[in-house]
Design a protein around this ligand. Structure first.
Ligand code: SF4
Ligand code: MG
Length: 322
């Protein structure tokens, strides 16, 4: 399993200010092979930082990242580079991830050359087979990135990422730049590939519809922390944290009868974290306690966990009644 525990991160202040910013704080998560954990939240919530930290592209000040039970090696060490072939990142912009000077076939075979995988003579054949697997016809093999559509490019990125047989994939808004009709195709491809290769996947997106489709579990991030986590279907059907309720009400499931909650106030600014519950300036249910006291994340029945004073109160009441 790819397990990750207690990650903390301090960021240098924005605009050269020196005040440290906690972009990601007190996060603990585990992703098992064949499982997708969705991470949702607005921009500025720390989703991308979390993904980058897990892959060792940014270093946490405190906490550990474990891969296959072992602590991750120091970034840029030989050992880290080895484990990095088994952990891949898929970004929103496939053109930025590809080398404009390499043909599709060369993009996909290059990881085999870099890591000296398999017989040299067999590499083009393996790359062609992977292109086929991601649904790209072989006549595109000689094309260059700028000659492809956005969806085709993201398929090339996926084919390339899979060549080193990764166990863990971080997808950071992988379909957000694509047309809606293409998004569904790429999401379905990701679901197929994940099953076939038993990938552990972290799927980061601000788009709840996409996350709902692909994830088994979902974590909701607000200002660097998980405010709610749980089974995806259950969480979207019955969100408990007021922030999750607002997100879900803005993108209701088809046929769902949810009351629309409009988020007011400023979206998260990591450099000025409100005291108490960081969501309180925008929360329609905030009380005096919310402004003073940070709510702890509590685990409820069914594996759901929520960080909200009100939800905590409701749980205590059921405990007292029982
Ligand atoms: Fe709203 Fe208070 Fe719950 Fe925070 S702790 S989400 S402010 S009710
Ligand atoms: Mg981001």
């Amino acid at each position: 399993a790819t397990s990750l525990a207690r990650i903390y991160q301090r960021h240098q202040g924005l605009f050269g200010r020196n005040s440290p910013v906690r972009a990601v704080d007190q996060i603990s998560l585990t992703v098992a092979p064949g499982e997708t954990l969705g991470i949702v939240g607005e921009s500025g919530s720390g989703k991308s930082t979390l993904g980058r930290m897990i892959l060792g592209l940014e270093r946490p000040d405190e906490g550990t990242v474990r891969f296959d039970g072992q602590p991750m090696a120091l970034p840029a060490s030989a050992e880290w580079r080895r484990s990095r072939t088994r952990m891949q990142m898929i970004y929103q912009d496939p053109l930025g991830a590809l080398d404009r000077r390499l043909s599709v076939l060369d993009q996909v075979r290059e990881p085999l050359d870099i890591h000296q995988r398999g017989d040299k003579a067999e590499r083009p054949g393996r790359a062609l087979a992977m292109l086929d697997r991601v649904g790209l016809s072989q006549h595109l093999a000689g094309r260059y990135p700028h000659e492809l559509s956005g969806g085709q490019r993201q398929r090339v990125v996926l084919a390339r990422a899979l060549m080193t047989e990764p166990a863990f994939l971080v997808c950071d808004e992988p379909v957000s730049a694509l047309d809606v009709s293409i998004q569904a195709q790429v999401v379905n491809l990701l679901i197929d590939l994940q099953e076939e290769f038993r990938l552990a996947m972290l799927f980061i997106s601000h788009d709840l519809r996409v996350v709902r489709q692909i994830s088994r579990r979902v974590a909701v991030m607000y200002l660097g922390r998980f405010v709610e986590e749980g089974d995806a279907d259950d969480l979207f059907a019955r969100p408990l944290h007021p922030y999750t309720q607002a997100l879900v009400s803005a993108a209701p499931a088809p046929g769902a009868k949810t009351q629309r909650i409009i988020l007011t106030g400023e979206p998260p600014d990591p450099s000025s974290r409100p005291p108490g519950c960081a969501f309180h300036p925008r929360c329609p249910l905030a009380t005096a306690r919310c402004r003073a006291e940070i709510p702890e994340r509590r685990t409820l029945q069914g594996g759901r966990s929520v960080a909200c004073h009100l939800v905590e109160g409701a749980v205590n009441q059921t405990r007292e009644a029982a």
